[in-house]
Design a protein around this ligand. Structure first.
Ligand SMILES: *Cc1c(COP(=O)(O)O)cnc(C)c1O
Length: 352
């Protein structure tokens, strides 16, 4: 059987949906890449769940195939979301695929990675920038969708979480059981909530035996859960997790506490360091926010957190593709060198 996309693959674990309502770009089934380099650095058995290989380049496609299919089933004509970029890219693409729905996205002015803005625009979403941050954008979307016949497709839409939980299923299907630890960036906290739900459902169904400790990582300048209060002006280069008041705050804390894990924070320097290690030593290019999972794992490893767990399996979710934000990549590494147009100059530069 050829691969049929998320909904048809995991249908029995998902809310019922009619065949003709399904809107799919054959998303998911993303690779779980073993990393020898990171395993050597940590003494763990490290796997990277590379969600950047989804149709629009982030894990948001998991929830979006569900949310847009449900919107189609409900005969919605317009869907709407607030976004730090990837949700809008995904919503715009799935609305385009539906053939029946328009998409409106509200984004914070000036804080969207260029690739993500390009995606929303080229898929013909109506893109509205506000002079405010993500949290402000989400409040506006909630007000509009409460009062008008417009479907909200942010992760407070429960179908988004339903779709996203399948990432945990895929991990278990590949490993034969859940990992011992699962490291993940935390922004609006929908994804950590979804993975924890997925791991629990597979365990309850008897398909996996273990439950992982959930290790969530916020950016130091946008760490409301770590500090225990909303952050009014969140700041980080990792724009996808630049969120001061996460919608799924309580659920993220529940995932942390029920699993015996933690939610910690990593600085922008630690994020960039992990981002560069991933690209240069494991061959995987992810966006800065994604690298928060690996930055957090490395931080805990250095602090001795895994001392008694040598060889334990850990999965780090890499939430989005590095090509979405080429500006950060180029800034993180020096400019390419320029030499004269002759062989000698090139050989000299190579060191031959
Ligand atoms: C949305 C997003 C996150 C944060 O996920 P939440 O569910 O909001 O916690 C992290 N990384 C990337 C690339 C994202 O697009």
């Amino acid at each position: 059987m050829p691969y049929e996309g998320l909904i048809r693959t995991y249908r029995k674990y998902l809310p019922e949906i009619k065949d003709e309502s399904i809107v799919t770009l054959l998303e998911c089934n993303t690779p779980l890449i073993p990393s020898e380099d990171l395993s050597r650095r940590t003494g763990l058995n490290v796997y990277l769940k590379y969600e950047g290989l989804n149709p629009t380049g982030s894990f948001k496609d998991r929830g979006m195939t569900m949310a847009i299919s449900m919107a189609k089933e409900n005969n919605a004509k317009v869907v709407m979301c607030a976004s730090t970029g990837n949700t809008s890219a995904s919503a715009a693409a799935y609305a385009a695929k539906s053939g029946t729905m328009e998409c409106v996205v509200i984004i914070p002015e000036g804080n969207i990675a260029l690739g993500k803005l390009a995606q929303a625009m080229i898929h013909k979403a109506k893109v509205i920038q506000i002079r405010g941050n993500f949290d402000d954008a989400l409040n506006i979307v909630k007000e509009v969708t409460d009062s008008y016949p417009v479907e909200l497709v942010n992760s407070i839409n429960p179908y988004r979480i339903e779709g996203q939980k399948t990432a945990a299923f895929e991990v278990c299907d590949v490993l034969g059981d859940a990992p011992h630890f699962h490291a993940i960036p935390v922004g609006n906290a929908g994804n950590i909530t979804a993975y924890w739900k997925g791991y629990n459902e597979y365990e309850a169904a008897g398909i996996s035996e273990r439950l992982p400790k959930m290790l969530g990582f916020q950016a130091a300048g946008a760490a409301p859960i770590v500090h225990g209060h909303p952050i009014e002006k969140p700041e980080t280069i990792a724009t996808a997790i630049r969120i001061g008041n996460p919608a799924s705050w309580k659920q993220a804390e529940a995932a942390r506490d029920e699993s015996g894990g933690l939610i910690d924070m990593v600085t922008d320097e630690e994020i960039l360091e992990a981002y560069k290690i991933l690209a240069a030593h494991t061959g995987v290019f992810c966006e800065p926010a994604s690298a928060a999972s690996v930055a957090g794992m490395l931080k805990l490893s250095e602090a001795g957190y895994f001392e008694d767990d040598r060889g334990a399996t850990i999965v780090c979710t890499l939430t989005g593709h590095g090509l979405k934000d080429p500006n950060t990549a180029i800034k993180a590494i020096a400019e390419p060198v320029t030499v004269d147009n002759n062989l000698m100059a090139v050989l000299k530069e190579i060191g031959l």
